[in-house]
Design a protein around this ligand. Structure first.
Ligand SMILES: Cc1ncc(C[n+]2csc(CCOP(=O)(O)OP(=O)(O)O)c2C)c(N)n1
Length: 973
């Protein structure tokens, strides 16, 4: 227990000692206490017992309220005189004055009993008061009275309501009558706000919330200006939707109607956050209310929005791309609150609900690092959710789970749920199992504030507490705003088909603004005509801006600005050349650092041997393996001041024990990352992170990171390539299409272990076909690389160009230790570069004209082909490796194929015919061949037959299939 909790708790003090002692005695021997106490303890429910257990465990000091001996009232003193030992044994000797003022021991006992019951009642309201809170603006939700919230449950009868009960300064008072206490409890915990915080295990956080709520009875007394500001924001929120409804009736806008309190709530978060050091907010949200937010929160010009309603593009005409519907677009702006400038950016997002969540968090993390926001106060993520999506989408708990992890934390995200109590046409009882859509947030012990959206002051009040909590404790926090959806799911939908009662009610329900305006008129804060004037003025402004729409032209596209300034846009599948070689001395310097550990570091002997081998590779310049090439690429980028972030499951060691980027002292488990010690203080850092067992959230996070950190090499590594399909949405909706839809580039690298080695259906194929099918318009790069040197170059190339494109690499498994899969140091040094196509390398092959077959392939199968060709001593079969599949390397491939005019051409792959690369490469190779006019007109296929499952689970079959496909590829009939 910390001091704060002790002081605020009304369980604090002498009465607690007394009760706890009695309870202890009762637990040891129920007969040792008075039968009335024994009865009381045995009737206690779980919560009562929890309180007493808490008390028994605490070391309570006597408080100021403790009165010993001389201040006892006469009655008690008399009793004590008669039976001193009995009374002292019952602990009356430590009672507060409140009790000692009573005249007899029976009265003292009765008062203590009252008090104990009151304690339980107060605790129960803290835990379950929210269950009786009036949260639903429509009043449709049937909330049963909860028996535990009824004082009768604790033995209070009809005659007990008006005598004072000792409550030990809970709510600031020594005592209250039961009537006053119930009013206070209901006012605090069962009004328009229901708070869930008793699941939080950290006593300081719990106590802070308790004080914040109970101190002011969970209420803010807004100033006149504050109230007027709320009304103005509501007027804008409502007016905007009304105007769109009038001008564009039936057009989809996913209106905020019914949830207008969101706007003043967000304003409060930024305003109060600004006072607490907030400078940058990254917002993620779905469709609902997005346009309203863009206009009324992010200051996107109304004319720009109207222009989009007229079918206009958000970007100037010369900017290409497929664009997106208006309610997916993002924007950014700077706003000033009381002299604090706060940058706000809304991240573009797809329809896929909640998919943007980890993307936002990744962006926040990158920005925090850039702004050196070490205590994570300046930059926060603000996620706005729908109730059905928050409860239903598995990405929500995946993202929440990142919140406390060292490699991903951002100091807490503020979540606001627009809980309109419906998901499209589905009622809450069909869309979640728990009582609240927010239950999932309890898993990270976030406090949750449920609030009635028709009480804008309550919404603003809890929003303020939420941002204060986040800034103080750097933890996630949730505001769950109960509201309703005035129209159908979109404005063309008829909601009464499925929710007739709800919509009958909504039709007669005044708007939040109307209700609030009425309240303020009653409070004499505004006059009726002033409230009306606000509406008229706002509508006039919209009307004026609407008139200006026809002349509106977007004057610039919002990309390649800020951190992206200096990068270039590309269109067309060009070869983006770059300088990626590194001089020998530098590579040797990196190699040395790789093999050096601090003095006294207790290195595992096997690792020590491996490091020695690395050193030798660098010295001899021979036999550089995959892991070493990667380390050299990383090391060289780091000393060129490119930070690197590499995350994935077990990434530090490497799934295949190939990386060992993090060394572990065998005595004390100290971690050491050699690559961060090449040129200490004159290099950037490698952050290598063992990720949680998630693909969707982690890939989304890393992608988000790249959006804010174009200068960093960011890699996500799948444990095995197939597992990336758990993150397919990030790939489809962001990585492959974001540049086209939203002009958002990314330099993310995906490392996907791939290759057929007899490990069965799930550890063989990274599903290259999926990635290749996504390729168009120069959107991503897809590579399957066969040499350590080429891997070195492709990683460096990723950072050494003025463009950024996501890069998918199918990475090897068995090749990590394959004797042929090694490179020479001089393949990394001056004069070398990434090879999109690797030509035939055998020196003793027949002249080109005499070659009868060219086998084209990619990745690991090359070595199977090479070894078999050698075994068969074939001199008229050439093997060409396509290292970059997309952008398709037409020029180098043409140049290579030209050398073999009389050969037929085979595409060889390990994957089944309906998978892998074949359908992607077939027509492209045909295109090359048709231009060459050699013997071959089309490539033929050598690989596994089409199959439902990517690979067999039977080792024998695997070997047979593998041998056959190699044989097919090499046998010229
Ligand atoms: C992943 C995903 N599944 C399904 C949909 C289709 N869809 C769009 S909105 C919606 C209902 C969302 O309800 P809720 O989260 O409560 O938000 P609301 O629209 O009520 O604001 C559904 C099912 C979607 N967009 N994304």
């Amino acid at each position: 227990m910390t001091g704060t909790f002790e002081q605020s708790s009304f369980l604090y003090g002498a009465n607690a000692t007394f009760i706890a002692e009695l309870y202890s005695r009762y637990l040891n021997n129920p007969a040792s206490v008075d039968p009335s106490w024994a009865g009381f303890f045995s009737d206690l429910n779980e919560d009562g017992r929890a309180i007493l257990d808490e008390l028994r465990g605490a070391s309570w000091a006597p408080s100021d309220h403790t009165v010993i001996g001389q201040e006892r009232s006469a009655g008690v003193a008399a009793y004590a005189a008669a039976q001193p030992s009995a009374l002292m044994a019952e602990g009356v000797g430590t009672l507060p004055t409140f009790f000692t003022a009573h005249q007899s021991v029976d009265q003292v006992r009765a008062a203590i009993t009252d008090s104990l019951r009151a304690f339980i009642l107060i605790r129960i309201y803290r835990v379950r008061g929210h269950l009786e809170a009036r949260l639903d603006p429509l009043g449709l939700e049937k909330r049963e009275r909860h028996p535990e919230l009824d004082p009768a449950t604790y033995g209070f009868g009809p005659n007990d309501w008006d005598r004072p009960i000792f409550i030990n300064y809970a709510f600031g008072l020594e005592s209250m009558t039961l009537r006053q206490l119930m009013d206070t409890l209901k006012g605090t915990y069962c009004g328009h706000i229901g708070v869930e915080y008793m699941h939080i295990q950290d006593p300081e956080q719990k106590a802070w919330i308790q004080e914040r709520i109970e101190g002011a009875r969970n209420h803010t007394d807004f100033t006149v200006n504050g109230k007027r500001a709320i009304l103005e924001r509501l007027t804008a929120a409502e007016g905007f939707e009304r105007f769109l409804q009038m001008k564009y009736t039936g057009t989809k806008r996913f209106g905020l109607d019914g949830g207008e309190s969101l706007i003043p709530a967000l304003e409060q978060i930024i305003k109060r956050g600004g006072q607490l050091g907030l400078r940058d907010v990254v917002v993620g949200m779905a469709h609902r209310g997005r346009l309203n937010l863009l206009a009324n929160f992010l200051s996107k010009p109304f004319t720009a929005i109207f222009h989009e309603f007229h079918g206009g593009s958000a970007n100037p005409e010369d900017v290409q791309g497929s664009g997106d519907v208006k309610y997916h677009l993002g924007t950014s702006t700077e706003r000033d609150f009381d002299g604090n400038t706060v940058s706000l950016s809304l991240t573009a997002n797809p329809s896929h609900l909640e998919a943007v969540d980890p993307v936002v968090i990744g962006k926040v993390r990158a920005k925090q690092e850039q702004m050196e926001d070490h205590d994570r106060t300046k930059v926060i993520g603000l996620l706005i959710h729908g109730d059905a999506a928050f409860a239903g989408q598995g990405l929500v708990p995946e993202t929440l789970m990142l919140s406390e992890l060292k490699g991903y934390r951002t100091g807490g995200t503020i979540h606001v749920v627009i809980n309109n109590q419906i998901g499209f046409t589905t009622n809450p009882q069909y869309s979640r199992s728990g009582p609240y859509c927010t239950d999932v947030a309890k898993g990270v012990q976030a406090p949750i504030f449920h609030v009635n959206g028709d009480d804008p002051e309550a919404v603003v009040h809890v929003s303020r507490i939420a941002v204060e909590f986040r800034q103080k404790f750097k933890k996630d926090v949730v505001v769950d705003m109960f509201c309703y959806r005035r129209h159908g799911h979109n404005e063309g939908d008829e909601p009464a088909f499925t929710q007739p009662i709800m919509y009958k009610n909504i039709r007669n329900h005044p708007t939040t603004r109307e209700l609030y305006a009425k309240q303020l008129v009653k409070e004499a804060v505004v006059t009726e005509s002033e409230a009306q004037q606000m509406v008229t003025a706002f509508m006039k402004r919209l009307e004026d801006d609407h008139k200006a729409t026809n002349g509106y032209k977007p004057n610039k596209a919002d990309w390649l600005e800020g951190r992206w300034a200096g990068f270039q846009a590309t269109r067309g599948e060009e070869d983006h050349r770059s300088h990626t070689s590194v001089d020998k001395e530098t590579l040797r310097e990196i190699g040395k650092a790789l093999a050096t550990v601090p003095q006294g570091f207790d290195l595992n002997p096997k690792i020590a041997r491996q490091l020695k081998q690395k050193e030798e590779m660098l010295e001899t310049g021979e036999g550089i393996d995959w892991g070493t090439a990667e380390a050299l690429a990383y090391g060289s980028l780091l000393i060129e001041n490119t930070p690197i972030r590499h995350s994935g499951q077990d990434a530090g060691r490497g799934t295949f024990s190939q990386r060992h980027a993090v060394l572990h002292d065998q005595t004390d488990e100290t971690r050491f990352i050699p690559l961060n010690h090449i040129r200490p203080s004159k290099q950037e850092r490698l952050e290598i992170i063992d990720s949680p067992l998630s693909e969707f959230a982690v890939l989304g996070f890393e992608y988000g990171y790249t959006l804010s950190a174009p200068y960093a090499l960011v890699l996500w590594e799948a444990q095995f390539g197939d597992f990336a399909n758990g993150a397919q949405v990030i790939l489809d909706q962001f990585i492959s299409s974001a540049e086209s839809k939203w002009l958002r580039m990314s330099g993310l690298v995906m490392l996907l272990p791939h290759g057929y080695e007899g490990q069965g259906p799930e550890h063989s194929s990274a599903r290259p076909e999926r990635y290749l099918q996504l390729c168009a318009e120069d959107n991503i790069q897809v590579c399957n690389i066969s040499t350590p040197a080429n891997y070195f170059h492709v990683l460096r190339r990723q950072m050494r160009r003025r463009i950024r494109k996501p890069l998918v690499i199918f990475t090897p498994k068995s090749l990590l230790r394959h004797k042929l899969c090694v490179s020479r140091l001089d393949e990394l040094t001056v004069g070398t570069a990434f090879q999109r196509v690797i030509r035939e390398t055998a020196l003793d092959l027949a002249p080109g004209e005499e070659v009868r077959r060219v086998v084209l392939c990619t990745g690991k199968v090359y070595y199977d082909l090479l070894q078999e060709r050698e075994a068969r001593a074939l001199k008229d079969v050439a093997i060409i490796r396509v290292e970059q599949l997309y952008p398709f390397p037409k020029t180098p491939l043409t140049n290579e194929l030209r050398k073999y005019p009389n050969a037929d051409v085979v595409w060889c792959q390990e994957e089944p015919e309906n998978m892998g690369y074949w359908t992607f490469m077939d027509r492209r190779i045909e295109g090359v061949l048709s231009e060459l006019e050699g013997k071959a007109k089309r490539p033929s296929y050598a690989g596994r037959v089409a199959a439902a499952s990517p690979a067999t689970g039977l080792a024998k079959n695997h070997t047979k299939e593998q041998a056959k496909l190699v044989d097919d590829a090499l046998t010229v009939r």
